[in-house]
Ligand binder design. Structure first.
Ligand SMILES: Cc1cc2nc3c(=O)[nH]c(=O)nc-3n(C[C@H](O)[C@H](O)[C@H](O)COP(=O)(O)OP(=O)(O)OC[C@H]3O[C@@H](n4cnc5c(N)ncnc54)[C@H](O)[C@@H]3O)c2cc1C
Length: 434
């Protein structure tokens, strides 16, 4: 079995393949494993601090992630904390840890507050088939009014989807609300878990297990083509950028939709469309260690459009003693996958992100101790109205399976969902116990 892509999904498939008794080769294009969960080093003074390139928290309801950490002997390392959220409008901060707190914002008139409640109730009652015909923005403007949209729903949507917030289908918010309400009803806690050092220990443990069990790992080896020669008995051939070819009867691709369509030329026109018709949401994300925190919140929603999707204060969950004395803050700019920001210099972007943060916190005079900018043009497909159904795991090419972010139709990407998708795709292999 060959797995293309060494992120969470690829590693999950690779370890499960070994457990089934298969020969497994995992091929990753980058030098390191981890994909969107990979980590990097930041230097603070003479200390090296490892952080996720993109911020990650674990929810108490992430049972598959927690079982994996348990299995790898890492569950004890997770720090579990509750942290407040804040909303900033016109430079003024307001508490925003719950929908109720947010609905009490002074910027909202009494009538707006009532309409927010009504729009929430209407959204919960809206059948998904109808929600799929309109955008979240027009549905919420209609049910809550322009002023409540501007001061309340707009910032919440932007905190999730950045510049693309206006485009997503209303089914995105309907399913998000339902998940939140169900979690409340089930009594799931509101604590967030973080791993000091980011996901690095998880990948180190998975890698060690993979190699110890006989798996073959190729990193720094981008795959250029995956093809099956016509006719019975021919294996699938995987070609690498250095000219090497590998062969197997079963190949799993975990690469984003646009990459998969590029490297698998034999996919049908319909399959290509299923992988790419929903445009991907991208992110340019600054990660900074600061000498003082801008506030005490884990999430800061921004009503004013300053070019930032929000401010993610990981320091509220991971104390500075665990990050070289610096306060860990992420400044994400979610955007379209072809946004001009992707072509810009990292130093220019870092400055722009920090300037934008300072505009949100006018009195803030903290210093950046260390930082970096990471770019991911393909995070997750935008759930647009009237979406095409996702590509099934089994493609029309015998032995070629696709399990990737391209099949996500919720617009919410998390490790829990990625692991569950990989597990579901494995059941299509059938035959043996696993
Ligand atoms: C800003 C941000 C915040 C997030 N926050 C959270 C959070 O708080 N909690 C949470 O649970 N999840 C979060 N996530 C989501 C989480 O990171 C993903 O669910 C998970 O990483 C997806 O893993 P994957 O393996 O499916 O995809 P990827 O990580 O994209 O893996 C695909 C792999 O394929 C490789 N690849 C690409 N092209 C080739 C090629 N040609 N040849 C070989 N290899 C190739 C890539 O390098 C990559 O390693 C966040 C993601 C982002 C971007």
């Amino acid at each position: 079995m060959i797995i293309v892509g060494g992120g969470v999904s690829g590693l999950r498939l690779a370890l499960a393949g070994l457990e089934r008794g298969e020969d497994v080769t995992l091929v990753e294009g980058r030098a390191d494993l981890g994909g969107l969960t990979s980590t990097q080093a930041l230097e603070v003074g003479d200390e090296t601090v490892r952080v996720d390139r993109f911020y990650h928290v674990i929810m108490e309801s992430d049972t598959t992630v927690r079982a994996l950490l348990d299995d790898l002997g890492l569950a004890d390392r997770v720090l579990w904390t509750s942290a407040p959220a804040e909303l900033i409008a016109d430079g003024t901060p307001y508490p925003a840890s719950s929908i109720v707190q947010m609905a009490m914002l002074p910027a909202l008139e009494l009538a707006d507050r009532a309409r927010i409640g009504a729009s929430l109730a209407a959204s919960l009652a809206l059948p998904l088939s109808l929600a799929d015909r309109t955008t979240s923005a027009s549905w919420l403007r209609r049910t809550a009014g322009a002023s409540a949209y501007k001061n309340f729903w707009g910032p919440i949507l932007r905190a999730k989807l950045g510049t693309q917030a206006d485009r997503v289908s209303a089914s995105f918010i309907v399913s998000t609300f339902r998940r939140l309400i169900q979690a409340r009803l089930k009594g799931e806690g509101d604590r967030f878990g973080v791993l000091p050092g980011g996901y690095e220990p998880v990948f180190a443990a998975m890698r060690e297990r993979f190699v110890a069990q006989g798996g073959r790992l190729l990193t720094g080896s981008p795959v250029t083509t995956v093809e099956r020669e016509p006719g019975p008995g021919h294996p699938v051939r995987v070609s690498l950028a250095d000219g090497t070819t590998l062969e197997s009867d079963e190949v799993f691709l975990t690469t984003p939709g646009p990459v998969t369509t590029r490297i698998v030329p034999q996919l049908t026109a319909r399959e290509r469309s299923q992988l790419t018709s929903q445009p991907y949401l991208g992110v340019v994300c600054g990660v900074f260690l600061l000498d003082t925190p801008p506030n005490d919140s884990y999430i800061t929603y921004l009503v004013d459009d300053v070019g930032l999707t929000g401010v993610i204060g990981m320091h509220a969950l991971l104390p500075p003693e665990r990050t070289g004395g610096g306060y860990l803050v992420y400044l994400p700019h979610y955007c379209a996958s072809d946004d001009p920001w992707f072509g810009e210099d990292d130093d220019v972007l870092a400055d722009r992100l920090v300037v934008a943060m300072r505009r949100c916190f006018p009195g803030y005079s903290g210093r950046v101790l260390a930082g970096a900018v990471n770019k991911a043009p393909y995070v997750v497909p935008l759930p647009l109205p009237r979406a095409e159904p996702p590509l099934p795991y089994e493609t029309s090419i015998p032995g070629v399976r696709v399990v990737s972010t391209a099949q996500n139709r919720t617009g919410t990407l998390n490790v829990e969902g990625s692991l569950k998708m990989a597990d579901a795709a494995l059941t299509t292999l059938g035959g043996q116990d696993h």
